[in-house]
Design a protein around this ligand. Sequence first.
Ligand SMILES: [Zn+2]
Length: 222
Amino acid sequence: MRALLALLVVAVVVPARPAIVSKPIPFGARRQAETARYAARHYGLQTWRLEHPRVIVEHYTASDSFSSAWNTFARDSPDAELHELPGTCAHFVIGRDGTIYQLVALNTICRHTVGLNWTAIGIEHVGTSDASVLRNPRQISASLKLTLWLMHRFAISLPNVIGHNESLTSRYHRERFAPWRCQTHGDWVHADMQVYRARLAALARSEHVTLLRTGAPVPTTC
Ligand SMILES: [Zn+2]
């Protein structure tokens, strides 16, 4: 009985929702249609809607300001690297001062990680390296709180909180367009994400939040 009570107590502990500033980018019918076409081409899905996110992908912007990231994502022009529409975006951008901005609704597919956009929430950090984010107490603290809250809200497990550079070993990675199958980026490498996940687990412990641990990475043939 005592064990059951303990379980019930653990189950009702909910991580606090951090303060989030709404700064939506334009995402009207045209961008929705471009996103649905992207989802059909790359994932075989006919929708712009993010139905059931299973993965959170951490990124950094390789720039120094929130406004430059916002402008890039708002533009909806073909990206410089892969030349496709819709333009790239992220659901959240975290500034150097720790402010969390939300740019895109969580029921909407955002184009931030090849192979995972169909099921991943994207979090960008203003900065030029993993280390620049890990070293910034306000920014990393905001990032961990946001990620923990999203994990709880969508029942996302700790191994499914990944860095962009870990995308190819996600069990949810899929890409129908062969030339993109091994495409990834250099932001948030495994060693830095091990630090990030350890800090996330420590935050969960301090808030008495139970983390799901299922879903280990899978080998890649890339
Ligand atoms: Zn990235």
